[in-house]
Design a protein around this ligand. Sequence first.
Ligand SMILES: NC(=O)c1ccc[n+]([C@@H]2O[C@H](COP(=O)([O-])OP(=O)(O)OC[C@H]3O[C@@H](n4cnc5c(N)ncnc54)[C@H](OP(=O)(O)O)[C@@H]3O)[C@@H](O)[C@H]2O)c1
Length: 227
Amino acid sequence: MRIAILGGTGDLGKGLALRWAERHEITIGSRFREKAEALAQEYLRVARENYGKDYLGKIRGAENGEAAEKAEVAVLTIPGRHVLSLVSGLRGELDNKIVISPVVPLGKEEGCFLWDPRVLTDNGHLSAAELVQARLPRSRVVSALHTVSAATLADLGRRPEADVLVASDDRPSAGIVSSMVEEIPNLRALYAGPLRVSRMTESVTPLLLNLATYAKARNPSVKIAEF
Ligand SMILES: NC(=O)c1ccc[n+]([C@@H]2O[C@H](COP(=O)([O-])OP(=O)(O)OC[C@H]3O[C@@H](n4cnc5c(N)ncnc54)[C@H](OP(=O)(O)O)[C@@H]3O)[C@@H](O)[C@H]2O)c1
């Protein structure tokens, strides 16, 4: 599959690119072509070291618009406060495509992490993924990957067991994204419901950050227990 990782020059983009490069054609998107090309070369070197010298995968760099245009699936690895302006400028390029939102609107009050969609828009009570869907009415937005740490993904030797909560109004697209998630060793995707459920799944990340702070939990993630 052709996957564009928009803002793929950052932490989460690197981790996802390294994991998905084993099987997919990856384009690292950036506001700056040269930056994207340089990091794509760097990720390719790491992928070759890990997947063996016969590895034939493709990782290239491009501006976000070009990356989005050529992709079948685009991932928004962009800080919350910038994501709506970015997608508003890429409506045509993202039409009829799956768009994955791992975006967590993260606020902080008196040292406590909070889910705060006002990071994206002043009058917000909707999730980041719903706001993205409203800006991209002809795309199929899937909300996922909020609780997987970028550092863990980028360390290809690590295979932490965790669940990834997936929300989307388009069930087939959620299925495709779930398969992509489960290509990453030891991750299990769970469909949690329509896109409005993203208000809850996005808010799990600040909860985990608070557990790291107050309960001293080390690298906390999500694993749903079934009794
Ligand atoms: N880090 C994590 O562990 C993690 C885990 C789960 C979910 N997330 C979510 O994933 C998203 C990305 O997180 P991250 O830690 O990878 O972010 P990041 O490293 O801080 O930034 C990612 C990229 O965003 C681009 N960017 C910055 N300002 C921009 C602007 N004004 N317009 C357009 N692009 C801009 C930059 O790319 P260029 O300069 O190359 O354009 C940057 O490399 C966030 O929404 C976060 O909530 C992160």
